[in-house]
Ligand binder design. Sequence first.
Ligand SMILES: [Fe+2]
Length: 313
Amino acid sequence: MPLVKAYDEVENPRIERHLPNGHFAWRTDFIKRPEDKSVDTPMAFLAEGSANRVLRVHFHVVDQFQVMYNGSGSVGKHAVGPGAVHFSRAYTPYGPISYSDKGLGFITLRAHRDPGAQYLPESRSVLDNVANRTPWQITAFPDFDIVPGEHGVAMKALDGLQGHDGLAGFSVKMNAGAKAYAPDPFKGDGQYILVMKGAIVHEGKVRRDLAIIWVGRDEGPFELVAGPDGAEAIILNFPVPGGGIPDEAKPVAADADGELKTWQCILCAFVYDEAAGMPEEGIAPGTRWADVPETFGCPDCSAKKADFEMIEF
Ligand SMILES: [Fe+2]
């Protein structure tokens, strides 16, 4: 049975913690991790934090989606606001997460139990000792400017969040009362549906935003019925574990004569392509790695230049 939980159905929303560094954090568990550590279940919670908090670079031992919900900030060097989706493979460091002066709230979604964040640099040796570690991460953005068609439904894939291993993401916009099936999660490792705006009707009850639905991989396509004000939702399908970088996301060879190279962050798998450079960082296309300034930091996990190695795809 899919798990359906709306914000107003959460027993103890916004549990407050006063952090030693003077910041506040509020946690709202939609699907709570069982106390018994041997029980593996999905986990879904909204984590909000006070203005200007900085969450250090860290990783988790399971694949994870994070969806920004309120406030704003950045993950690594990527600016994020409501709706932005960050996906990270198990054992892929990311961050720091910097909260703006409005604070930041994000929804963390996992298909499996995770014991908690492991921070760098102190947990670096954990990464070095994982056999066949296949780090990968991406930040993707939903598009709610889509216009529902004659059946009152519009659905659009999120750029970059697609893989043969079941990874998939979609924006969905529905008019009041419209019905649609979410894409079947059978190829991957389960699915979350986030009702970000409006409501859906499930088992005769209106479930308002924020509502979170977990659909197991064998549970078939979930039927979405939009509430009286319509609905905007994000659908996220987990890939099967251990798949690494989707074929679709692998960079192509830099150039035909093989002169320009690609370099990869050994911590998180971010790729620097000499042919493409990083114009947004002031590094022109064609810039050799040797000419990239020593102050360069990985845009995804903040690793230093020394943590990059040459790779060939
Ligand atoms: Fe990195």
